[in-house]
Ligand binder design. Structure first.
Ligand code: NAD
Ligand code: GLY
Length: 365
């Protein structure tokens, strides 16, 4: 099988291709350019492995003499040390050497954990991302952020570690629940306002096709999203500046996820609503006009995402949002730094007074 599109991520010796197409995980030639080795380990979960692990295993058997599989428990609540250790247990029990390649088959949870396991097993072994959710195909599998959650914070323990290749097989998305499709659309929509207004126009025109997983629309959306992410990561791999724009909507979104308890709202749902809140804050600060905020809100609603923030504290809702946002990784000395829009296709990092943020939260929840 040949990919419909290949997007390259340029990071000198850490550069790699992102292949996008249908039926890619079955194709032995998809993986032909990977470094060889004796052992491959497919890391998946109890939901995705029964659907796709046999296909991937069949393709990998042409290249590796031993293909192992581990099925992790499914869900964000399992993205922690104990689950990570299950991957090391399999590798060590089977005396996997440092040429062993790990294949992450699943959504962002599996991808983030597999990447972190690859970064740390024997101080680093190769790994490949085979993302099977829309969110992971357009965001989490690209760019090398890997890690796990700590009880005191999401994604707080991890490493920047780039994969050898990303394989976005669009045909795997047919089994994805509709709510997960909408969550992925949030991350696709994000790329428009932060980087590419033509893409935003295109998404508006094709949103109903994307919701239905129309093949041609999906292929274009995944390709353009990966191109924009590759462009950003290529300039700022370790988020010393520009890469923070990829977190548009995430500061409010993380507060929603943490405030409600992880798993109540999906990450993409919280980001969708968080984008409305961040756009509203941008408007209050005079950076963009109300019509632009309304335009984004309508698109986010058309994707099937919530646009009104939940109340996360009965007594002091805005105060609870502010407390949670101070723990954001972008905060410095307790000061929250928001990704805001300062014009069409442009995002900036800015602070705002608590009083204005409170007004925005009250207006949006
Ligand atoms: P997920 O990995 O939990 O997957 C969502 C659900 O869909 C799971 O139940 C999963 O088993 C199931 N699933 C996956 N593929 C399927 C398929 N093809 N058919 C049927 N079911 C399928 O969630 P996600 O939205 O993919 O990823 C969210 C995670 O990604 C979070 O942990 C977040 O922190 C992380 N993330 C990381 C980055 C990064 O840059 N590394 C970026 C964004 C998000
Ligand atoms: N999802 C944000 C990033 O990769 O930086």
């Amino acid at each position: 099988m040949h990919p419909l599109h290949t997007v390259n991520i340029s990071l000198e010796e850490r550069s790699y291709p992102i292949h996008i197409g249908s039926g890619l995980i079955d194709g032995a030639d998809t993986f032909a350019t990977l470094p060889g080795g004796h052992t491959a380990l497919i890391v998946s979960n109890t939901t995705v492995a029964p659907l796709y692990a046999d296909k991937l295993r069949a393709a990998l058997q042409a290249k590796y003499s031993r293909v192992l599989l581990i099925e992790l428990p499914d869900g964000e609540s399992h993205k922690h040390w104990e689950t990570l250790n299950l991957i090391f247990d399999v590798l060590l029990t089977h005396t996997a050497d440092r040429k062993t390649t790990l294949f992450a088959l699943g959504g962002g949870v599996v991808g983030d954990m597999t990447g972190f396991a690859a970064a740390s097993y024997m101080r680093g072994v190769p790994f490949v991302q085979v993302p099977t959710t829309l969110l992971s195909q357009v965001d989490s599998s690209v760019g090398g952020k890997t890690g796990i959650n700590h009880p005191l914070g999401k994604n707080m323990v991890g490493a920047f570690y780039q994969p050898q290749m990303v394989v976005c097989d669009l045909s795997t998305l047919t089994t994805l629940p509709q709510r997960e499709v909408a969550a992925g659309l949030a991350e696709i929509i994000k790329y428009g306002p932060i980087a590419d207004m033509e893409f935003l126009d295109w998404i508006e025109l094709h949103i109903h096709k994307l919701v239905r997983l129309d093949g041609a629309a999906l292929a274009h959306a995944v390709k353009r999203s990966c191109e924009i992410k590759a462009w950003v990561v290529g300039q700022d791999e370790r988020e010393s500046g520009l890469r923070a724009i990829l977190n548009f909507g995430h500061t409010f979104g993380h507060a929603i996820e943490a405030g409600l308890g992880y798993g109540e709202w999906l990450h993409g749902e919280a980001v969708g609503c968080g984008m409305v809140m961040a756009a509203t804050l941008s408007e209050r600060l005079g950076l963009i006009d109300a019509a632009y905020v309304q335009r984004l809100k309508m698109l986010i609603a058309a994707a099937g995402l919530p646009t009104q923030g939940p109340r996360i504290d009965a007594a002091d809702n805005a105060g609870r949002y502010l407390d949670l946002m101070r723990h954001d990784k972008k905060s410095e000395a307790g000061e929250i730094r928001f990704v805001l829009l300062d014009g069409p296709g442009r995002a900036v990092l800015r602070t705002a007074s608590d009083a204005i943020v409170r007004e925005v939260i009250d207006a949006c929840c």
